[in-house]
Design a protein around this ligand. Structure first.
Ligand SMILES: Cc1ncc(COP(=O)(O)O)c(C=O)c1O
Length: 462
């Protein structure tokens, strides 16, 4: 057997994959952790954990029966937990083409056309959030890495100061990846200033201003302010304009974590809430969340390419690589991040845009937002239901009577496995959190969800 498969064989394998895996059921399989773990232990009995050579048809059959069934079905239209998404076949096809060609991507001269595509995709993403044509950025493996690079750039801007005197500001609704980034970059807890958010999960501006003033008096240098554009808990959006004016007057790097919320700027009804993102120095957006792409693609958009270049380009160029100066119009992405050898992440976005056009994404996001509003309005009709946060984008949070009853309700709904939901804490209350963010979700799926909620209420009350 050689490592290069003959075309005839490959045709057969591809068809088998399509036959078995293209139309996977929308069922949710297992959705609580205990079930998942039990399923994996079960499957290990059939040698899933040992890697033994097998027939291709058996491999595909295992993927269908074991891998698929023992995992959360995040691509199901009734998956409303965490961050649902993915499952666009055209993006999978692009991934196949891209890895089949496997062009080297770190240095522009190796694959200039791919290089151009990635740059254009970055500009398109930048334009969605209001940045000008001359914006730049880098595509990452996800939102956490994009946020990490933003923190690196902000620290690099203040490189003349001792890192130990820099201070970092953000609200208590900020995603945990920011804490991780600061930790690995050697920032101590005393330099991290977590500001309370108000009842709408938005950073308290007065508290922020007070903190900056008192920190400066103590000799700290405010370095970075991270605003949220769509918090993971509720979709809360900070007051970007005010954050930007604070940052301008205090010479602070403004970064926006718009990993979840940023692309809603494509949805006409969300644009009024999302204006001014272009006032930031950098913005994280995550195509594998609200652009429905498969996992493995996030983006950091920056106003000034030099911030990425001065942060990440090596002092000395490698002798074995071609001269990076030669192709000024192209971007050597290896000089703008920690990665060197990698694929052209933007290819799948380019392919979907080429094939579907931008409008399909706008319509899909507007549709998710309208479904979330519809859900919010219908939940309000149910006696005992309290909507806990404004439904700004696609997340709806509610509880039922009190914390204890809401927990019972949550368990009842999720145990029936017709819909997947998650939970969180909102203003110290236990909340059932619903995120309508799968491109397949339609009105009929919201009806299923409402019926499940009503049924569960009936059974716990009755
Ligand atoms: C607001 C926000 N920022 C950052 C992240 C981290 O993104 P990733 O999981 O792609 O690393 C998430 C993930 O849910 C998020 O919701």
């Amino acid at each position: 057997m050689s490592l290069f498969e003959k075309r005839e064989n490959f045709d057969i394998q591809l068809n088998l994959v399509l036959d078995e895996l293209y139309d996977l059921p929308n069922s949710l399989n297992h959705q609580n952790e205990d079930d998942l773990i039990t399923a994996v232990i079960e499957s290990s009995k059939s040698d899933c954990t040992k890697i033994i050579k097998d027939d291709f048809s058996n491999i595909v059959s295992d993927i269908k029966t074991i891998f698929f069934k023992s995992s959360l079905n995040t691509t199901s239209p009734t998956f409303f937990a965490y961050m649902p998404g993915g499952g666009i076949p055209m993006a999978s096809l692009a991934d196949f083409i891209e890895s089949h060609l496997n062009r080297y991507f770190g240095v522009s001269m190796a694959a200039p056309y791919f290089n151009r595509i990635e740059s254009n995709v970055i500009k398109w993403l930048g334009n969605i959030i209001g940045f000008q044509e001359n914006c730049s950025g880098v595509l990452t493996s996800g939102g956490s890495m994009a946020n990490f690079y933003a923190v690196c750039c902000a620290i690099n801007r203040k490189a003349i100061y001792d890192r130990n005197v820099l201070a970092f500001y953000f609200s208590d609704q900020t995603h945990s990846c920011i804490y991780k980034a600061l930790k690995v970059l050697g920032i101590s807890k005393s330099q991290i200033k977590v500001i309370n958010s108000n009842d709408n999960q938005v950073i308290e501006i007065i508290k922020l201003r007070e903190k900056i003033i008192s920190d400066k008096k103590e000799g700290l240098i405010p370095c970075m302010l991270i605003g949220n554009v769509g918090t993971v808990n509720s979709g809360g959006i900070d007051d970007i304009e005010t954050l930007s004016s604070i940052c301008r007057s205090e010479n602070i790097w403004l970064h926006l974590d718009a990993a979840y919320g940023g692309f809603f700027n494509l949805a006409p009804s969300c644009q009024f809430q999302l204006k001014n993102m272009q006032l930031a120095e950098s913005v994280t957006v995550d195509p594998h969340k609200s652009l429905f792409m498969p996992y493995g693609i996030g983006a950091l958009i920056v106003r000034d390419k030099n911030d990425l270049l001065t942060t990440f380009s090596p002092e000395d160029e490698e002798d074995y690589l071609p001269d990076m100066e030669e192709f000024k119009e192209l971007t050597n992405f290896a000089e703008m991040s920690l990665e060197m050898s990698r694929n052209c992440r933007g290819f799948k976005i380019w392919m979907c845009l080429k094939y579907y056009g931008e409008e399909v994404f706008s319509k899909a996001l507007e549709h998710k937002r309208q479904l979330a509003i519809f859900l919010d309005q219908n939940l309000r009709q149910i006696n005992g239901v309290n909507i806990l946060t404004a439904t700004t984008l696609s997340i709806v949070n509610f509880n039922y009577n009190d914390d204890e009853t809401t927990k019972k309700l949550y368990e009842k709904i999720t145990s029936r496995r017709k819909v997947a939901l998650s939970s969180t804490q909102i203003n110290r209350k236990f909340s059932i959190r619903i995120n309508v963010l799968n491109h397949k979700t339609k009105e009929e799926h919201i009806d299923i969800l409402l019926n499940e909620i009503k049924y569960a209420i009936g059974s716990i009350d009755g």
